[in-house]
Ligand binder design. Structure first.
Ligand SMILES: C[S@@+](CC[C@H](N)C(=O)[O-])C[C@H]1O[C@@H](n2cnc3c(N)ncnc32)[C@H](O)[C@@H]1O
Length: 189
């Protein structure tokens, strides 16, 4: 599965410079930034953060733009993205890992666009549970909405996700920031 996911993303990377949102499959910087804005509406300044599925590390530019002091670590299963991230953001921590290999704890674990390709729903839930257990303050993930009609990308139903994640505690959902395309779930500790 990991090889297949990497194969899909390397297609984007082959066609676009790693400094662009298109290199991770986003259609524009505006849509990538809207997703980051919603993630960060739940994050306190002066926190530690694990960026799960960090790609080439674009979230660092957003954090700099909003002038937050974040102890950042990015992980991604794709070694090519990690190598671009290390080159582009010297001094920041990036590691080629999946979440189950992480042992350090963080205030927050976030994932933007992480579960868009190939992964089965049970594995999505397991990875969110693992992230939740690593976090001290909570986790924030966004999903492509079923209403977007963006299949064959993986799309998700808001109500179904709430039911599947309700055992983890308090859930907040944000919708509408990209029309029907996306929604974000915050699982608070
Ligand atoms: C749509 S891209 C988004 C990248 C970045 N979060 C952003 O918004 O710019 C999704 C990223 O998740 C990574 N990814 C997918 N499944 C993963 C997994 N199980 N563990 C770590 N990274 C994963 C992909 O390699 C890709 O870099």
């Amino acid at each position: 599965m990991k090889d297949q996911i990497n194969w899909v993303y390397e297609h984007y990377l082959a066609l676009n410079s790693a400094s662009t949102p298109m290199s991770v499959g986003w259609s524009s910087k505006e849509s990538q930034w809207e997703r980051f804005k919603v993630l960060f509406s739940f994050i306190d300044n002066n926190s530690s953060l694990l960026d799960f599925g960090c790609g080439p590390g674009h979230l660092i530019d957003f954090i700099d733009e909003i002038n937050y002091n974040i102890e950042y670590c990015g992980i991604d299963i794709n070694p090519k993205y990690i190598s671009h991230a290390i080159q582009s953001y010297p001094g920041k921590k990036f590691i080629c890992l999946d979440i189950e290999e992480v042992t350090e704890r963080f205030d927050y674990v976030v994932g933007s666009g992480l579960f868009c390709w190939l992964i089965q729903i049970d594995d999505v839930i397991k990875k969110i549970e693992f992230s939740y257990n690593l976090s001290k303050k909570g986790v924030i993930f966004n999903f492509l909405d079923r209403k977007s009609g963006l299949e064959p990308l993986n799309v998700y139903d808001v109500e179904d996700m709430k039911v599947r994640l309700s055992h983890l505690g308090e859930i907040e959902v944000v919708e509408g920031y990209l029309g029907d395309e996306d929604f974000t779930i915050y699982l608070k500790k």
